[in-house]
Design a protein around this ligand. Structure first.
Ligand code: NAP
Length: 254
């Protein structure tokens, strides 16, 4: 739908990408209700909620219904970089809970009200890493791959309703999400990073086009397609990525 007709519930609204999205959507004429764990930025409609909790999701769904949301953008997320062996179990749990389980449960809570709207859209912020498995991003990539699979199935499940399901796949983006270790990995592997404003522009285009999905950046857009066709045939392309990670301990490498 056109931005001027959109009443957007935006999770992760205080984040690097979320702030750029909120600004871009408002500039295009949309109304935006932000969600975040921190207190409301001054003068902005806001729900303060932890989306990894039942209470947080219930409060968010109630506020969205009161606001008359007809577009939902799930942009809340947490990072996770490093070899699997180095990720603490609590961090692994938090990545899956925040990036995958929370958007699924929040969507479930929002759907009854969305289905009463003449038209509605649910957009997920996935990742190129949800379609291309990269060394160092096994758990984060799995959480986003889950989100891409969820969005695809839900899109087909709701195809005969007034609710459209969409997913955006940004590549690496310059926000506080990526620490120095990720930036060094990106430099070492020649991975480009976008400004959050570029991701916000892609989100607006996705919402207005009502397309099923949109990936940001080249060659990532092509790589996503190639990976889908060739799969394991591309395994030899990630030596630089693997070598940049901390060495494996207690095993043999080649
Ligand atoms: N940056 C990248 O390279 C990149 C690339 C591809 C995709 N993405 C995806 O884009 C989205 C936004 O990323 P970003 O770069 O903007 O990251 P960010 O600056 O760290 O923002 C993430 C936001 O998520 C919110 N959040 C995290 N856990 C939450 C919870 N339990 N309940 C409610 N809110 C929670 C945070 O809210 P608080 O303000 O409460 O902390 C924060 O505002 C994420 O889904 C990320 O996976 C990012």
């Amino acid at each position: 739908m056109k931005a001027a007709a959109a009443r957007v519930l935006l999770t992760g609204a205080a984040g690097g990408i979320g702030q750029a999205m909120a600004a871009r959507l408002r500039a295009a004429g949309a109304q935006v209700l932000g969600v975040g764990r921190r207190p409301a930025p001054e003068g902005q409609p806001w729900v303060q909620a932890d989306l990894s909790t039942d209470d947080g999701r219930i409060a968010t769904a109630a506020a969205a219904a009161g606001f008359g949301a007809n577009v939902v953008v799930h942009a809340a997320g947490v990072p996770g970089f490093g070899r699997l062996a180095t990720l603490p179990a609590e961090q692994l749990d938090a990545i899956v809970a925040t990036n995958l389980v929370a958007p699924m449960l929040l969507t479930q809570a929002l759907l009854p009200a969305l289905l009463k709207q003449p038209r509605a859209q649910v957009g997920f912020v996935g990742s190129a890493l949800g379609r291309i498995g990269l060394p160092g991003f096994s758990v984060y990539g799995a959480s986003k791959a889950g989100l891409h699979g969820f969005a695809e199935a839900l899109r087909r499940e709701l195809a005969d309703t007034t609710v459209r399901v969409q997913i955006l796949g940004p590549r690496s983006t310059r926000t506080g999400f990526n620490d120095g270790a990720v930036e060094a990995y990106n430099r070492a592997t020649g991975t480009a990073m976008d400004a959050p404003e570029a991701v916000a522009a892609a989100l607006l285009a996705l919402i207005e086009s009502e397309a099923a999905e949109r990936f940001v950046g080249f060659p990532e857009r092509l790589a996503v397609r190639l990976n889908g066709v060739l799969g394991a045939g591309l395994d030899g392309s990630f030596t630089r990525h693997r070598r940049h990670l901390t060495p494996v301990t207690g095993g043999t490498t080649r």
